[in-house]
Design a protein around this ligand. Structure first.
Ligand code: CP3
Length: 365
């Protein structure tokens, strides 16, 4: 097994030496840039969260949004899974609705439900009340990111934002939605209002990503979690230009951009071409098919079914090895789940998966 020149060589208490490894040398950033790596990087969507007892303890008396706006809590929660699992990247602890709240939208994150918006956006007058986001709205985000990257050393921090469609769905529906009916009604019934709403949301997401990158995030992920509910033609006409404006709007900052959605097998090429370096793949599409559908030009991220973490170890191990083998055929592979860690997942299984990915991907490197 080869040794990695990345994260684990940097855990000394000495100040960062200018000649030491940096996040640019990390397996995550290298794989995203389609450069060779000694072993596949691995992290998990929702790695910070309810699967960890140390997270449940820290959140016991603090509401979700308050915890997201308190730099010491954000720092501690972001670092918890890195310490515990030895993952190759931290994901910033926040939520896709944090920049909306910071800009002035009255909303809450209700435990067991998700984001709930007090006054949904359904008319031109509603949109006129949706403010732009400026960096001055989120000084706490800058501080949180700065603290985290100081602690992480050469391990990269992934910043993130919600994509315009997924954010619009929460704002228009007023909360989580199964069918996104009001959202689609606006998209098709009042395309001018829809485009203006998405342009405003793209401004908010772009600003939120820029703040995180300027404070030290080494990569970003744009979450378009619910865009798999659209067909390709509606995606291209009503959504892609806005997601593109977010992704292209951070291109000058030079960090890799990951673009992810659920059930997006039919949209992978279009989502990659919207300005991504890495295409996130959920568990419904094999990495082999994802590479083929995106012309072999993009790194891929994924794609273990989170439910498989509940299967007996031999079945889980076989599936992890298959994904690692498929990933080796891609121009770059970041191992992840096909969607977020489920709250009842045994965290020890996650740690074991990290070790297995490292071991299996190093063997034939
Ligand atoms: O570890 C990480 O991935 C970083 C943290 C993170 C959270 N939300 C924390 C969180 C990230 C990247 C998100 C993004 C997010 N939020 C998305 C996109 C990712 C995805 O899952 O597709 C979406 C759709 C949301 C909206 C949202 N926020 C939902 C659906 C929920 C879950 C509601 C519930 O209680 O089941 C939230 C709340 C939320 N965001 C939690 C966490 C850890 C749970 C809050 C808690 O601990 O009580």
């Amino acid at each position: 097994m080869s040794t990695s020149p990345t994260a684990e060589t940097t855990t000394t208490s000495e100040p960062a030496a200018t000649s030491g490894p940096t996040t640019a040398d990390s397996t995550l950033v290298r794989a995203a840039r389609r450069q060779p790596v000694p072993r596949a990087p691995v992290w998990f969507m929702r790695q910070a969260g309810r699967s960890l007892p140390e997270y449940r303890a820290i959140r016991e008396h603090v509401p979700m949004l308050e915890s997201c706006r308190t730099p010491d809590l954000v720092t501690e929660i972001t670092l918890q899974p890195v310490r515990r699992h030895g993952v190759d990247a931290a994901i910033f602890f926040s939520d896709i609705v944090v920049p909306l709240q910071a800009a002035g939208v009255d909303l809450d994150i209700v435990p067991g439900t998700g984001p709930v918006v007090a006054e949904p956006v359904r008319t031109r007058a509603d949109l006129d009340r949706l403010p732009e986001l400026t960096p001055e709205h989120v000084p706490d985000i800058t501080r949180s990111v700065q603290q985290i990257v100081a602690e992480l050393g050469a391990t990269p921090l992934i910043g993130f934002a919600g994509a315009p469609f997924t954010l619009a769905s929460y704002l228009v529906e007023g909360g989580p939605s199964k069918n996104h009916e009001r959202t689609k009604a606006m998209m098709h019934g009042d395309p001018a209002l829809w485009h203006d709403l998405c342009a405003r949301l793209a401004q908010i997401s772009r600003t939120f990503l820029r703040v995180q990158i300027e404070a030290g995030a080494s990569a970003v992920q744009l979450f378009d979690s619910w865009v798999g509910h659209l067909n390709r033609s509606d995606y291209l006409r009503h959504v892609e230009p806005h997601s593109r404006s977010v992704l292209e709007g951070v291109a000058d900052l030079g960090v890799p951009r990951i673009h992810f959605g659920v059930g997006t097998g039919e949209l992978l090429l279009q989502m990659a071409q919207a300005g991504a370096d890495v295409i996130g793949v959920d568990y419904r599409v094999s990495l082999t098919d994802a590479v083929e559908r995106t012309g072999g030009r993009y790194a891929v991220q994924g794609n273990l079914d989170p439910a498989l973490l509940f299967a007996p170890w031999p079945a889980l191990e076989a599936r992890v090895r298959e994904i690692v083998a498929e990933g080796r055929q891609a121009p770059g592979h970041i191992f992840n789940l096909g969607h977020g860690v489920l709250p009842t997942t045994d965290p020890e299984v996650l740690t074991r998966v990290v070790q297995l990915v490292h071991e299996a991907s190093a063997l034939e490197a």
